[in-house]
Design a protein around this ligand. Structure first.
Ligand code: NAD
Length: 262
């Protein structure tokens, strides 16, 4: 399948590990140049080095916290100067802590808002004007299956991330006339450090073993296995490709069938 992504410039946020890393490498495999960011320079540089060595693409990197609005703005400006364009922006970040509602603090609510909703607003402010000038753009958010089917122990994620859907739908309407598509990808349980962290927290809270919790998680997935980060990345790359040019305002779940709704 020809994706039409060769020589496009793609921002992939929080791309030193997990789904972000797999997404960066999947874009590189299609010949897209990359602007990558995360907080850990060493891990991020390893991803950049792999993309350059294996796929021969250009890579620009910066280290900062995506909750820092000024950091996002400077990164997008520098990436734009570096490549002369920004065609694709994939927003990503770590997830908020797993805990029952009664144990959450207002500081954690503020932090979840900054990390998982406001950071996306920062990226949208920073890249959409440039995409408008180009009259071509793909803005893709990574959230969670929690936006369609809330997960009991993830109240912060359930509440804050649904705001992203309202943002995605609003931006899709406003920026469609500029030939910019805006979509959201909701991963289900995916084999990364995040899922290990969730398994440990839940096992501790319920007095079960991590192995027990993981077995239950897999039993609830119709495909009976966790997603590979590369499988989530493939959906993101497809949404960014020319093959998905008429899809906007949508949420695509990559969840092995966990979402039971129609
Ligand atoms: P991960 O822990 O493997 O990777 C997270 C990445 O985000 C890392 O590169 C980390 O350095 C970076 N990061 C975290 N906080 C950051 C910040 N403030 N600023 C900059 N970079 C930051 O996690 P993952 O599984 O790849 O998850 C990616 C997103 O998908 C998360 O928001 C997660 O909650 C969500 N998600 C994951 C799963 C899953 O099962 N893995 C399921 C649903 C949703």
């Amino acid at each position: 399948m020809e994706t039409g992504l060769r020589n496009r410039a793609a921002i992939v946020a929080a791309s030193s590990k997990g789904i972000g890393r797999a997404t960066a490498l999947a874009f590189a495999a299609e010949g897209a140049n990359l602007a990558l960011c995360a907080r850990n320079a060493e891990a991020l540089n390893q991803v950049a080095e792999e993309a350059r060595r294996v796929y021969g693409v250009g890579v620009y990197t910066a280290t900062f916290d995506v909750a820092d609005d000024e950091g996002v703005r400077q990164f997008a400006d520098s990436a734009h100067r570096h490549f002369g364009r920004i065609d694709i922006c994939v927003t990503n970040a770590g997830g908020p802590p797993a805990k029952p509602f009664a144990k959450t603090t207002l500081a954690e609510w503020d932090s979840a808002y900054h990390l998982n909703l406001r950071s996306i607003v920062s990226f949208a402010h920073a890249v959409l004007p440039c995409m408008q000038q180009q009259r071509w753009g793909r803005f893709i958010t990574i959230t969670s299956i929690a936006v369609k089917q809330p997960i009991l122990e993830l109240v912060l994620s359930n509440a804050v991330r649904t705001g992203v859907l309202g943002l995605v739908r609003s931006l899709a309407t406003q920026y469609g006339p500029d030939n910019i598509t805006i979509n959201n990808v909701g991963p289900g349980y995916t084999a990364t450090d995040r899922v290990k962290e969730l398994a440990q927290t839940n096992a501790q809270a319920t007095g079960r073993t991590v192995a027990d919790y993981e077995a239950q998680m897999v039993k609830d997935i119709p495909l009976r296995r966790l997603a590979k980060p590369e499988e989530v990345a493939d959906a993101i790359v497809w949404l960014a490709s020319e093959r998905a040019a008429y899809i906007t305002g949508q949420t695509i779940l990559v969840d092995g069938g966990v979402y039971r709704g129609l």
